[in-house]
Each structure stands twice: as structure tokens, then as C-alpha cells.
Design a protein around this ligand. Structure first.
Ligand code: UD1
Ligand code: CA
Length: 457
């Protein structure tokens, strides 16, 4: 069966952080995850990640999803792959893909097309290459009349070789059995005293086997990051690629400043995204919505014709025609009904809000189930936490919770209940009743004049 090895041993010193480079994020996901998802999309799930610097962080991130092996010393890309020989020997039928964990834009299409060429040509190794205007730093692909003859690293290259613009992407297909044999022949006799995986090309040819190159049409697949500046560039590139996909699908942007949409987000046509808006995770947004400005939405399902203005929403469902914001916060596990309003300075958490229910201003609704067409007044609060435990409030359909009312959970209001403004609701209220809890207001006439009158001597 075909399998993959992902090289993720690098530290990335120039990142100036105590973290393996492949864990740095592009559009919210570690570069390693981009590479893994390209493998998975190409149908390769048997993956071994070679870890090195802070390898435990790679294990922690992967959470047991894939095999990992440790490269204790960083002696080159060939040495890194040698660490995975037991993984290769588990099942040495078929082919092995080798990828770099810090080049996130390799894609399933390139992987599959290169495999096709690799199999057609019966190669021991097929290098994925690209033409770069600025090839500096990359291994150069050396060709002769009969095909490729080898890969030469920048540090080992002659001036003539340095002029070559076709470079090694760092991604390869190998015949697994041949790879195991070739790894045994790599030496470190070169400028960097490293075991170069790239030497497998000339070694295979010397052994009378085939070696080939698959040149990608898209040179961007080889982009990687050495420092934070490069990482910003990768983010900018990915961000614009994603925005471009949505433009193609009929999503509008009047200005893309501050717009960051992660790659798994789905947005239907006719929706408009306004500036300074981040849409993250597995968010799905329907059509005819206006999202932003100044908004964050993460892992939400948003219906059609919804407005979310200057608000944040996480791990929740927002129904068709709902209005959220400005300055609203929908915390995880909410279900906002169709046509409902979560207005200015309203926070909602772990709650179900019924259809057309209005929470227009200055309210906190936590751990609550509110029916349809209810009205929650300004300053109303569900008091869901007694300092030890959280409890729920239930508010029936058509209820009207007055301004500044506090509902002390657990408490249940029936259908069509009114609670007077300022009422502290401490017990259940039956359908169609009014709950009122208020001192008698007194008027003390002339009070101010008496208070301020000068004292007589
Ligand atoms: C390598 C290739 C070069 C190619 C370039 C593409 C070799 C000898 N050269 O160069 O031809 O153009 O990639 O980016 O392979 N790694 C380890 N352990 C090591 C060394 C590297 O795990 O001992 C990992 C790194 O973390 C990285 C990948 O292998 O993910 C590539 O290593 P890097 O040092 O970036 O390779 P280059 O020398 O730049
Ligand atoms: Ca290097």
C-alpha cells in the first residue's frame, strides 16, 4: 500500500521560538496539518512523521493520529528518512511519498499526478520539481539528454548549475523497496556533511534504475517559511487564495482589509463579507448574509440572510434571518432561532433562543432555554451560577422579561409570562402570570429644597 513520510525535524531557528517549525500556523492551522491533509485528500492515510527538535510537541499535536519516529540528531534529509525504515518495512509493497512538513501548499492533485508519472515510468524515485525565477537556496535539478541525472544542493553547485531554474520541491515518490535499498547507500560526503535524500536520484541511476521528475505547473507548491517574514507571506498568499475562491463562488467583498477566512469555511453565494472579519474553523455560512465589519465567527453554522455586525460567535448555530450585534458575544453551544435578535452588548452562552425572540440590548443569557417570540428587556440577566454550580433558566414562548430583571436559576417561566422590570425571579411562574417583586415607591415632596437650604445661624 502507498504511504507517506513527512519530515518535521526542523527547529526553524530564525523563527525565534521554542517550537518545531512545522507547527507554525498558516491560516489557523499548523503547516504540518496542511501537508497531512494533502496526503489524506490524495488517499494516503498511512503516514509517518519524522520529528526532531521538540518532538514531543509534534506528538502532542498529532494526538496519536499517525506514526511518529524520532530523529535524535539532525544529520540531513536522508538521515531523517532512515529513521522511518521500520515504518517502511512494515509493508514495503507499493510506493512512498516523502514530503517536507514546512511546505504547506503541496496539494493532492500534484501528489496524484506525480504518482501517475512515477508508476508509468517505473521509477525508483520521482522528484517533484518547479521552475523558480529566484532558485537560490534550493537544490537544482540537473538534466541530460536522457532525463534527469541528479540534484545538486546550492552549497555544492558550480556556477553553471546555480543558473538552473528548475528546483527540487523537497517532495518525492519512491518505490518503497528501492527507497530502503537506496537509503543504505547515502553518504555524507558533501559541503554540509549531511546525508542528502536528494542523492537517491544519482544513486538509483548508477544502479541502472529509473529516476524521473514531475514538474509542477504551480511553483507555489514549494513555498516554505524560514522566518516570521516568510510565514506572514505564506499567510497572505493562503488568505488571498481563499478569498479568491469565494469571489469565484459569488461571495462579495468591498474591501478585503483584515478579512481572514480559514480554508475549510464554506460560504454560499450572495453573502457579503465586510472588513476586519475573521471566519474560522468549520464555519458554514448561508446566502444573502452580511458578515462584519469587525467580526469573528468560529465553528458556527449560519443560515441565510443573517447579519452579524461587530460581533463574535463560537461553536453555535445561528438561524435564517437572525440579527446579531453590534457588540454581541455568542459563546459556545448556542442555538439562535430564525429571525431572532442578539443585539447590542448582549452575551449568550450555552442557550437555545427561540424563533423571533428579541434580546435587543445589555443582557446576559447563560444556560437557558427561551421559547419563540419572547422579549428579553435591557439589562435582564439569567443568574446561572451560584458560585458552585450552574443551573438552567427556562422562559416560555411569548414571555416578556422586564428590564433589569434577574432570573435566579434554576427557574422556569411558563408561556406568556410577564416579569416586571427590576424583578428578581426566585420561583417558577405559571403560564400567563405576572411576576412582580418590588418595594412600594414613596415620594417625599420638597426634599431637595429642604436638603440644600442654608442652615440658619
Ligand atoms: C532540501 C533539499 C533541496 C530542496 C529543498 C526544498 C536536501 C539535501 N535538499 O533542502 O534539494 O530544494 O529541501 O525545500 O534534501 N529535516 C529533518 N531532519 C534533518 C534535515 C531536515 O527532519 O536532518 C526536515 C526539515 O525539518 C524540513 C525538511 O526536512 O522539513 C527539509 O529540510 P531543509 O533543511 O529545509 O532542507 P534544505 O536543506 O533546505
Ligand atoms: Ca537546510
Amino acid at each position: 500500500m502507498n504511504k507517506a513520510i513527512i519530515l518535521a525535524g526542523g527547529q526553524g531557528k530564525r523563527m525565534k521560538a521554542d517550537m518545531p517549525k512545522p507547527l507554525f500556523k498558516v491560516l489557523g492551522e499548523p503547516m504540518l496539518e496542511w501537508v497531512i491533509s494533502a496526503c489524506e485528500k490524495a488517499g494516503i492515510s498511512d503516514i509517518c512523521v519524522v520529528k526532531g527538535f521538540k518532538g514531543e510537541m509534534i506528538d502532542e499535536y498529532l494526538g496519536g493520529r499517525y506514526t511518529t519516529v524520532l530523529q535524535a540528531e539532525r544529520l540531513g534529509t536522508g538521515h531523517a528518512v532512515m529513521q522511518a525504515v521500520p515504518f517502511l518495512e512494515n509493508d514495503s509493497e507499493g510506493n512512498t511519498l516523502v514530503l517536507c512538513g514546512d511546505a504547506p501548499f503541496i496539494d493532492a492533485e500534484t501528489i496524484s499526478s506525480a504518482l501517475k508519472l512515477h508508476e508509468e515510468q517505473r521509477n525508483a524515485v520521482t522528484v517533484i520539481t518547479a521552475e523558480l525565477d529566484a532558485p537560490k537556496g534550493y537544490g537544482r535539478v540537473i538534466r541530460n539528454e536522457s532525463g534527469i541525472s541528479g540534484i545538486v544542493e546550492e552549497k555544492d553547485a558550480t556556477d553553471e548549475q546555480k543558473a538552473v531554474k528548475e528546483v527540487n520541491s523537497g517532495a518525492y515518490w519512491f518505490d518503497t523497496k528501492q527507497l530502503i535499498a537506496l537509503l543504505g547507500k547515502i553518504t555524507n560526503e558533501n559541503a554540509q556533511k549531511e546525508y542528502y535524500l536528494t542523492d537517491t536520484v544519482s544513486l538509483a541511476l548508477a544502479d541502472g534504475q529509473n529516476a524521473g521528475a514531475f514538474k509542477s505547473e504551480n511553483p507555489d507548491i514549494i513555498k516554505g517559511a524560514n522566518d516570521r517574514r516568510d510565514l506572514l507571506e505564506l499567510n497572505t498568499y493562503a488568505r488571498m487564495q481563499v478569498i479568491d475562491k469565494h469571489l469565484e463562488n459569488g461571495v462579495s467583498f468591498i474591501c478585503t482589509d483584515g478579512v481572514v477566512i480559514e480554508r475549510n469555511v464554506e460560504i454560499a453565494n450572495g453573502t457579503e463579507i465586510l472588513p476586519n472579519t475573521m471566519i474560522k474553523g468549520n464555519t458554514k455560512i448561508g446566502s444573502g448574509c452580511v458578515i462584519g465589519p469587525n467580526t469573528v465567527i468560529e465553528n458556527c453554522t449560519v443560515g441565510n440572510n443573517v447579519t452579524v455586525n461587530a460581533a463574535q460567535a463560537y461553536d453555535s448555530v445561528i438561524g435564517d434571518n437572525a440579527n446579531v450585534g453590534p457588540y454581541a458575544h455568542i459563546r459556545p453551544d448556542c442555538n439562535i432561532g430564525k429571525g431572532a435578535k442578539v443585539g447590542d452588548f448582549v452575551e449568550v452562552k450555552n442557550s437555545n433562543i427561540g424563533e423571533k425572540t428579541l434580546i435587543s440590548h445589555l443582557a446576559y443569557v447563560g444556560d437557558s432555554d427561551i421559547g419563540k417570540k419572547a422579549n428579553i428587556g435591557a439589562g435582564a440577566v439569567t443568574v446561572n451560577f451560584d458560585g458552585v454550580a450552574k443551573s438552567r433558566c427556562v422562559i416560555g414562548d411569548y414571555s416578556f422579561v422586564g428590564s433589569n430583571a434577574s432570573l435566579i436559576a434554576p427557574v422556569k417561566l411558563g408561556k406568556g409570562v410577564y416579569t416586571a422590570a427590576g424583578t428578581t425571579v426566585t420561583k417558577d411562574v405559571p403560564d400567563y402570570a405576572l411576576a412582580i417583586d418590588r418595594g412600594v415607591m414613596k415620594i417625599n415632596e420638597g426634599y431637595t429644597l429642604r436638603k440644600l437650604r442654608p442652615k440658619s445661624k
